[in-house]
Design a protein around this ligand. Structure first.
Ligand SMILES: *Cc1c(COP(=O)(O)O)cnc(C)c1O
Length: 357
């Protein structure tokens, strides 16, 4: 970098990373552009796919409430209003029936459909391609946690997708580089437009031809990402083994139903049985006293958060409420030993048993 004097602006290291990413994770199919973080990537993808409409004509973008705040913020920054749909109680992704219902209830007012590949689960992309064909409403997929995950065919999640797939490289994700991300699609026109949009909308030299901002990933980030790719597969395989250990140690608990052949969990999401739901706080406090860090992704879900409650719309969210109130995120990282997993599960079972009557 110092020798070339190129620190950003899609320089040689970014180009090398994008090329290797497509080869290694997407079987050489499709194109991608790096971004400084996935939230900005989602904003841009939503802005791009809605370019033929305006919020005054079609104010709503359908998305799940069981997701991270970034997704609803991206919709609002793109100028639209999130319209929250319920989830499938098994795979925890946007329910197709709920989406269809909202498309009916808000006919003619929906600008885009915005599903989330929940925790790296494999969204049925073919379903959304059909839906887009049938309704003419474009689709963007929040795949923030999907790098390393595989679809039902065993290919990298998103491979061949005509819709924008937005992945995060945030420190908390499987291939963390601090801050970063990328947008993937098998759609060269879209990716080239997004590349220009992310460079001040310069479709021509220093000449804005479209809405723009600065979403470029610095070369130093691309260098970390290139190095991350070398270890990614080994890291994901270790994580999958740990995930399996959790299932073995926690029989009788309900887990996410996986639609693909592999996820790349950043924590292990598990549901508390109904009778323990009121005791979740106490159970997690007890784990904390045993020096085990836990979390509750995603509780509160988006429509429970004050800003989104006042700025968004929602359909029925009963499955979302049930999942959100019972969810627990247990620790999972690739260097976790079997003993650690055993200890976490033992403490979790003890903490649960304290409330079993
Ligand atoms: C992490 C995450 C994001 C945001 O990614 P950043 O790169 O941190 O901006 C968006 N959506 C979901 C579901 C996420 O988990």
């Amino acid at each position: 970098m110092e020798q070339s004097g190129i620190y950003t602006n899609y320089g040689p290291i970014n180009q090398k990373f994008e090329k290797r990413l497509i080869e290694q994770m997407f079987g050489g199919v499709g194109q991608c552009v790096t971004v400084c973080n996935a939230t900005i990537g989602l904003m841009m993808a939503l802005k791009y796919v809605t370019r033929h409409t305006t919020a005054s004509r079609t104010p709503y973008i359908i998305m799940p409430s069981f997701t991270f705040a970034a997704a609803a913020h991206a919709v609002l920054w793109a100028g639209f209003t999130p319209l929250f749909c319920d989830i499938d109680p098994a795979d925890w992704m946007a329910s197709h029936q709920a989406e269809d219902q909202l498309l009916k209830d808000y006919e003619g007012q929906v600008a885009a459909i915005f599903p989330y590949a929940t925790f790296g689960n494999a969204t049925n992309i073919a379903h959304y391609t059909e839906l887009e064909k049938k309704t003419g409403i474009p689709v963007v997929i929040d795949a923030a946690a999907s790098l390393g995950a595989q679809d039902a065919r065993g290919q990298g999640f998103g491979c061949g997708s005509p819709h924008a797939i937005v992945c995060s490289l945030h420190a908390t994700k499987t291939m963390g580089i601090g801050e970063g991300g990328f947008i993937y699609a098998n759609n060269p026109d879209m990716i080239e437009a997004l590349r220009a949009m992310g460079n001040f909308g310069f479709g021509q030299v220093r000449h804005a031809t479209m809405p723009g901002l600065n979403s470029k990933l610095p070369e130093i980030g691309a260098l970390l990402a290139l190095s991350g790719l070398e270890h990614l597969d080994a890291v994901v395989r270790k994580k999958c083994a740990i995930e399996q250990l959790y299932y073995d140690h926690l029989p009788g608990f309900e887990f996410q139903h996986q639609r693909g052949t592999r996820t790349s969990y950043q924590f292990l999401p598990v549901r508390l049985p109904q009778h323990l739901v009121p005791h979740r706080g106490a159970i997690l406090e007890r784990m904390k006293q045993k020096r085990i860090g836990t979390s509750t992704y995603f509780s509160p879900h988006l429509h429970e958060q004050s800003y989104f409650a006042t700025h968004c719309r929602a359909g029925d969210l009963s499955a979302t409420r049930a999942l959100s109130s019972s969810i627990v995120s247990l620790p999972l990282w690739h260097e976790m030993t079997p003993d650690m997993v055993h200890y976490v599960c033992q403490q979790f079972l003890n903490a649960c048993a304290a409330h079993d009557m």
